[in-house]
Design a protein around this ligand. Structure first.
Ligand SMILES: NC(=O)c1ccc[n+]([C@@H]2O[C@H](COP(=O)([O-])OP(=O)(O)OC[C@H]3O[C@@H](n4cnc5c(N)ncnc54)[C@H](O)[C@@H]3O)[C@@H](O)[C@H]2O)c1
Length: 356
């Protein structure tokens, strides 16, 4: 099969940390073009890619012109959240395979729009729910899919940092669509819901609050957006803490708590527990809880997180080559967006709401 030609849309932090290095290691693809609105970032990415690929790459300011150029077969979209659906829908509609960064969408209208575009196309459209591509998660999911948990009735998902607010557009509601709920909550919620077996959500109760806000402290790491906008977090219009309870059609529940900043222990890792009547699972460390011969049994899987972004990109490429449906499809992104929107709506109204 011929080499798949890749375009990178948005060559900022995650593109450089994850997408570009992973494509460079995949033998079936070649990065041939980029679209990037910021001139300095665009020039930097062009130079890096020219050096790393050994050939010139085409550069575009406007992604729509890249899609119209006919130069690429597939694109990674790694722009700030507010342009995700507009760009992904345009890419699919112009015949491209798409890997779209999370969160897929933060409004129901946008989620519907991308689902419709993906459903009326034969292209691969995959959402970058990178935690699904961890080796430890893949191993746990095998047990869950084989019925090791029995009837799943509850899950907990949590990522609570002491200090770790990303810099830049992330704290600007207009660009991000939400704070930790849309940034890390989307990972926690997606992963727990997927490990539960994707029950149908019906009701949500949520509370989003900005309790601490911008409180830069020394000696503490944080994700840095590359786009120059709001690098000092002067605009802080999102929440910094979100908690929620989702009710599913089968009676199961999921509790979610995420925070960029809190006065508790520093914890950068995603915690997920799934409880079933026959067994349970825990992500950190990857453990299965069951009983055998009336004895409590813990099985710790000797599997590490692994190279999740390489796994994710390799899977995207494999899906294109084999015309397979991805592990993280738009349909799942749509359901997760419905839950995220309901959590935010419940917080605004101060009461439990239906998941739309
Ligand atoms: N999967 C993960 O774990 C993970 C981790 C970090 C970020 N992300 C996601 O990746 C996305 C990008 O985040 P980031 O931290 O790389 O931000 P960033 O600011 O570092 O990079 C975004 C880039 O997109 C460019 N851009 C903005 N609008 C554009 C447009 N319309 N067309 C082309 N380029 C445009 C910006 O100039 C910037 O260079 C976000 O949606 C974020 O949620 C995912």
């Amino acid at each position: 099969m011929k080499t798949i030609k890749i375009g990178i849309v948005g060559t900022g932090s995650i593109a450089n940390a994850a997408h570009i290095p992973a494509y460079l290691k995949n033998p079936h693809v070649d990065i041939v073009a980029i679209a990037e609105t910021d001139p300095e970032i665009r020039a930097g990415a062009r130079d890096t890619l020219t050096e790393k690929t050994g050939h010139p790459v085409s550069t575009f300011t406007n992604a729509i012109e890249l899609f119209a150029s006919g130069e690429v077969d597939a694109v990674s979209i790694a722009t700030p959240n507010r342009s995700h659906v507009e760009l992904a829908a345009a890419a699919v509609e112009s015949g491209h395979h798409v890997l779209l960064e999370k969160p897929m969408a933060f409004t129901l209208e946008d989620a519907d729009r991308l689902r419709a575009a993906a459903e009326s196309s034969d292209r691969v459209v995959m959402i970058g729910q990178s935690h699904r591509y961890r080796d430890d998660v893949t191993a746990l999911k095998r047990f869950a899919d084989a019925g090791a948990l029995g009837h799943v009735y509850h899950a907990e998902a949590r990522l609570v940092r002491r200090r770790g607010t990303p810099t830049g557009w992330f704290t600007d509601q207009a660009w991000a669509g939400g704070g930790p709920l849309m940034d890390i909550g989307v990972h926690a919620l997606d992963l727990a819901w997927w490990l539960m077996g994707k029950p149908e959500p019906v009701r949500a109760s949520g509370r989003l609050t900005r309790a601490i806000g911008a409180d830069p402290v020394d000696f503490s790491g944080r994700w840095r957006a590359k786009m120059p906008h709001n690098q000092d977090n002067a605009i802080y219009s999102t929440e910094d803490f979100a908690t929620a309870l989702i009710r599913f059609q089968d009676g199961a529940t999921l509790s979610l708590t995420v925070s960029w900043t809190s006065n508790g222990p520093q914890d950068e890792s995603l915690k997920v527990n799934v409880y079933g009547d026959q067994g349970g699972l825990q992500l950190e460390p990857p453990t299965l809880y069951s009983t055998a011969h009336h004895v409590l049994t813990d099985t710790v899987l000797p599997v590490k997180m692994g190279p999740l972004f390489q796994n994710e990109i390799d899977h995207f490429v494999e899906c294109i080559r084999k015309r397979q449906s991805p592990i993280s499809p738009v349909a799942d992104g749509h359901t997760v967006a419905r839950m995220l929107v309901a959590i935010a709506k419940s917080s605004e109204r101060g009461e439990e709401v239906s998941v739309g």
